[in-house]
Write a protein that binds this ligand. Structure first.
Ligand code: NAP
Length: 440
């Protein structure tokens, strides 16, 4: 009897949690995980901060799924370029979109197009050696070589990742898999001050506790916060969980006010709450920001009309991500996600993870999506005569696409590991050509 043919687009957490759920359900299926890069693991490789190596341990579980019977990784295959979504739907019984939210929400204020303003998706991709962002060295290395003050907009974990990585010392970065060019530019930069700018007050910051706590433990940077910012905060309108997190975040921030900044640290990270950027100042390049002072009233931002300015030569926005449309799938431009009914996008077409529900939650949150999609596929579909992997392989061969298998990836990975200088866990290749060259 023929097997169910399932194509999963995207080899990040949601893609692999979907595979794991199908395997757990003992689905009689042939499952292909397709990725535009020759490397698997999506955001775990290209988004998770390079100094958070333990978070990347989930790759071991994903590898177990990738090497299970019936599962194949097909890297270096871009849907929309090498094969269309419609073609995949012709070839497979089920196609699952797990392509995340790769784009930055735009900072919609005058001057946001100046040189020196960049979104976190691009900046994080750059320091994580993601091949699509390596070219940003042309802009970022000169910018970092001159920057004394950097503004980071947002009060979520991405903002904290960016501020923390910018604060790291050479010794701290040596134990990470950050791109060498980024480590060098960050370590040699004259940055003295990093301002994290949050539009609401400290009670509404979206940091998780461990991430915030880490800001008090940095070798080369001191956290700075005016204790007045922690007075008169309102929590009552928040749900119980948000109250708990809010109180704990504020307690950690209060601890920061007690750390004496004796000037021994090279950099300072300022937590600036109740401020919204309203204009980016400068000519072609950023020279500063105009900031509106806000009040936070029952969780809402209320502008006071009082403005101030901050001199800075880089503005990094970490104000949330959005999905990227894909021809053949309905897309809700307002939400930045695919249109779907409980994950069902169309007959045999599903979406999971951030491209379904938006960019919230931690890596493990996507496990629920994987379980849900697997259940839907098994309830909705039965095997047909679709050609699945054989058909796709033939098509890609005709189009001269060099498909990277999981075994190929292991060769690339081994070269990355052997190329690293300990204690760095790996030295990532920064271009697709370099990766393919390893495969001969
Ligand atoms: P996020 O948690 O939603 O934070 C976005 C921040 O941007 C919020 O502070 C938000 O303020 C602010 N913001 C949005 N629009 C703005 C605007 N126009 N002007 C000024 N500020 C604006 O999103 P994220 O930081 O991108 O993280 C995405 C998800 O990945 C989160 O669930 C996060 O926890 C997770 N993540 C986890 C880790 C980790 O576990 N270590 C690391 C990175 C990311 P408001 O609150 O006022 O809307």
């Amino acid at each position: 009897m023929s097997k169910l043919k399932i194509a999963i687009i995207g080899s990040g957490p949601t893609g692999f949690y979907t595979v794991a759920a199908l395997l757990k359900a003992k689905a009689d299926a042939e499952i292909d995980v397709i990725d535009s890069l020759p490397t698997p693991y999506g955001l775990v490789r290209g988004g998770v901060a390079p100094d958070h190596q333990s978070t990347k341990n989930v790759m071991r579980a994903y590898e177990k799924s990738a090497t299970s019977d019936g599962v194949a990784f097909m890297g270096n295959v871009m849907v929309g370029r090498d094969v269309s979504l419609d073609e995949l739907r012709e070839l497979y019984d089920a196609v699952v979109l797990c392509i995340g939210s790769p784009l930055d929400n735009p900072l919609d204020i005058p001057g946001a197009d100046k040189r020196g303003v960049m979104g976190a998706a691009a900046f994080v991709g750059w320091y994580n050696a993601h091949p699509d962002f390596v070219h940003l060295s042309d802009q970022l290395i000169p910018l970092l070589s001159q920057a004394e003050t950097v503004a980071v907009i947002g009060a979520g974990n991405v903002a904290i990742d960016v501020a923390r990585v910018l604060s790291r010392t050479e010794e701290e970065l040596a134990a990470t898999d950050i791109a060498d060019y980024a480590a060098e530019a960050i370590v040699n930069s004259p940055i003295k001050d990093i301002h994290m700018i949050a539009r609401r007050d400290a009670a509404h910051a979206k940091f998780t506790l461990q991430e915030l706590r880490e800001m008090g433990e940095l070798q080369g940077a001191a956290p700075v916060i005016d204790p007045l910012q922690l007075e008169g905060l309102e929590f009552d309108h928040l749900d119980a969980k948000a109250q708990r997190v809010g109180h704990k975040n504020v307690e950690i921030l209060r601890g920061f006010t007690e750390i004496a900044d004796d000037g021994s640290k090279r950099r300072r990270v300022h937590f600036d709450f109740n401020l919204s950027p309203v204009e980016v100042l400068g000519g072609d390049s950023v020279t500063g920001l105009t900031l509106m002072r806000n009040r936070t009233e029952t969780g809402k931002v209320v502008a006071t009309g009082e403005t101030s300015s901050l001199d800075c030569s880089m503005v990094l926005t970490a104000i949330g991500y959005r999905g990227s449309p894909l021809e053949g799938a309905p897309f809700n431009d307002k939400w930045g996600t695919f249109e779907h009914d409980d994950g069902r996008v169309g007959p045999g077409l599903y979406a999971g993870g951030w491209c379904k529900r938006g960019p919230t939650g931690v890596i493990g949150t996507n496990k629920h999506d994987g379980d849900h999609t697997a259940k839907q596929i098994l309830a909705d579909l039965s095997p047909s005569s679709k050609r699945g992997r054989d058909g796709l392989s033939d098509l890609l061969k005709e189009r001269n696409v060099r498909v990277v298998s999981f075994e190929d990836w292991k060769v690339i990975e081994a070269a990355e590991i052997s190329g690293a200088t300990p204690p760095a866990p790996r030295k990532k290749f920064v271009t697709v050509d370099e990766m393919l060259a390893v495969l001969g």
